[in-house]
Design a protein around this ligand. Sequence first.
Ligand SMILES: O=C(O)CCC(=O)C(=O)O
Length: 311
Amino acid sequence: MVSEMSADVSATQFTYTLESPSCLTYEQRKFYEENGFLLVRGLVSPEKLDRFKERFAQICRKEVQTPGMTIMRDVAIAKTEFVPGEKAVTKIQDFQNDEVMFEYCCLPEIVKYVESFIGPNVMAMHTMLINKPPDAGKKTSRHPMHQDLHYFPFRPADRIVCAWTAMEPVNRQNGCLVVVPGTHKGELLPHEYPKWEGGVNKMYHGIQNYDPSQPRVHLSMEKGDTVFFHPILIHGSGMNRTDGFRKAISCHYASGDCHFIDVEDTSQNVIADEVLELVEKRIGSKSGIKFSDVWKMKSRLVKGEAHINEL
Ligand SMILES: O=C(O)CCC(=O)C(=O)O
C-alpha cells in the first residue's frame, strides 16, 4: 500500500521533466520542476565556444553569408556613426543554416539535457548569439523582463526549453541573465515595448505592468556554464556596465511532437504582426506567409523525428 502510494505521488510530481530519456539527477529534476530553470556548470568546453566566437567574428566581417540569418544592431549603436565589424552587432539570430554555428544545437552534452525536458524528438526552433554591447549610456543594453513563449506559435509550452551558454564570465557587471524562479508555473502574460527613455531594441518586448518586487535571481556564470529554462519563466538581463561585449549562445528547442497554434486572437498577435511586417519588407511583397510558416523556416531537426511541420 505504502509503495503504491509513493509511486502515485512520484508519477504526478513531475510536469516539466520526463522520466525517460533523462540524464537529470533527482535533485536536478526537483529543482527544475520548482524553479523553471537549471544551471549546469562547465557543460561546454572553452575550445568549442571559441570556435563559435570565431565564426561569429567572420559573420560580422561578412566573410561568410548564411541564408535566413538576421544580424541585429543595438538601437543606440545603430544611430551613431559607422561602427565596424562585430562591435556594431548586438545579436545574430536564426543561424540554423550555418553549419559551424549549428554544431552548438547538436552538442551531445546539451542535447542529453534537452531530451530530459522535451523527449527524444528534438527540433532547434530559435537560435541566437547575443553580443551584449557596453552600454552607450542610454541603458539600451538591458533586456526587459519577458517570457519567451510570447514569441512562439507552438505548444505545448512544457515541451519547449532554452539552452543558454555563457561564452565568457557573465555577472551583474556585464549584464547576466536575471530570472524569477517559479514563474514557469504561471500563464503567458501580455507583452509590449517598455517605455524606456533611451529607446528599446527591436523585438525586445517586456511584460506589461511588470511587478519588479517579485524575488529574482541573478545568474552569474563562467564560460561554458549552461542554463536550461522553461519558456514561461520570466527572465531578462541587465545593463552591460563594462567595456567588453558579453557573449552568450542559445537555442530554443521544441519537441518534434509539438504543434503550431493560431495566435490571431491572443496577446501574441502583436509580435506576429511585427514579425510578418519585417518578413514582408524583406521579401518585398504581400506573400500571404503565415506566422507559423516563418517558424517552420527557422526550425531544423536535431535528433529523432519531426511531426511539427506536418500540415
Ligand atoms: O542574453 C540576454 O541578454 C537575454 C536573452 C534573452 O532573454 C532573449 O533573447 O530572450
